[in-house]
Ligand binder design. Structure first.
Ligand code: GLU
Length: 304
């Protein structure tokens, strides 16, 4: 039997010594205040056991990881109609790349790049009566934790510097793929990205993707068929233009964010979250990628 606690402790202490811890994101000024030495790992096993080490209980900006949670809520409203407005192909380009969107007539490559996530935000703004409050409540419910909140300073910081996201939203609007007002949709999107969660809360939030759509409280939020599809999208599109590398090295569906978080899961088995704010050149947490690669290699637990 694999000792998860012993395994993550060995990984943690080894990687803590790394000279190269990557570069903290600074294009959202508020994120540059993060400490490069922060590092946490948390595992939520499907049977209820948890394992943790380091800064697993420190809240951080989950950024693009929120795109998966928003997608799950949008799918619950729109079912497969959602795929009329976006595709499910990896982009092979950075998360905020725009030229493909223009070439492909305003249909984003997938829901996990910014343009796709902005369409998902548009869908939620259409369906939710109080979008920011209702989405926050959804995240609190699936995580079973009412202490989760938005960091309004991060949202404001991103709004001030979100020129590419404004460009994407304007392009989408020009192609008729955005129904609501650009300001309203982006305000929602910036808040969604500015959700703060700990590794432990992230593992719990993503429990439903490891559990056929049922959250940690055993309530069904999405069908098992949609869960399968969301996991497939995480595997193929969850790591910017490094999704192939993550599948190759780690072999789990997952999602990263520029705040340095990564969450990954093995269906019917466990969810693992890491946080280390230093990023590699592709925008993925450097230590997080390494930790997950060591973890699946040492334990032999991956989908392959
Ligand atoms: N809120 C960030 C943006 O739109 C998300 C980036 C990320 O985590 O990939 O630029």
């Amino acid at each position: 039997m694999i000792d998860f606690q012993e395994t993550i402790e060995a990984i943690y202490y080894e990687l803590k010594q790394s000279q190269n811890k990557g570069v903290v994101a600074s294009y959202i000024p508020e994120l540059s205040k993060q400490n490069k030495n922060s590092f946490g790992i948390h595992i939520q096993h499907i049977d209820g056991r948890t394992f943790q080490i380091g800064d697993w209980n420190v809240p951080f900006s989950i950024q693009s990881i929120s795109k998966v949670l928003a997608l799950s809520k949008a799918i619950a409203f729109e079912d497969n109609r959602i795929w009329d407005r976006m595709d499910v192909e990896p982009s092979g380009n950075p998360f905020n790349h725009l030229s493909l969107l223009e070439l492909e007539a305003g249909i984003p490559r997938n829901p996990l790049i910014n343009a796709g996530a902005i369409v998902v935000a548009d869908i939620l703004v259409t369906h939710l009566k109080h979008p920011k409050t209702d989405f926050l409540n959804y995240v609190r419910i699936i995580t079973n934790d009412n202490s989760i909140n938005y960091n309004v300073d991060v949202a404001a910081s991103e709004k001030r510097t979100g020129f590419k996201n404004y460009a994407a939203a304007n392009l989408l609007k020009s192609f008729g793929n955005l129904n609501n007002d650009i300001e309203v949709v982006l305000d929602f999107y910036f808040h969604q990205c500015a959700l703060e969660m700990t590794c432990s809360q992230l593992s719990k939030a993503f429990f439903l993707f490891a559990n056929k759509g049922k959250c940690i409280n055993n309530v069904q939020h999405i069908s098992s068929s949609h869960t399968k599809r969301i996991n497939a999208i995480m595997l193929t599109c969850g790591f910017y233009d490094e999704a192939g590398e993550f599948a190759f090295e780690v072999g789990l569906p997952g999602k990263s964010g520029v705040g340095g978080g990564i969450v990954a899961l093995l269906p019917n088995d466990f969810v693992i979250s890491t946080w280390a704010p230093g990023l590699n050149p592709k925008g993925n947490s450097l230590l997080g990628m390494q930790a997950l690669e060591y973890f699946t290699t040492k334990t032999g637990r991956s989908i392959f």
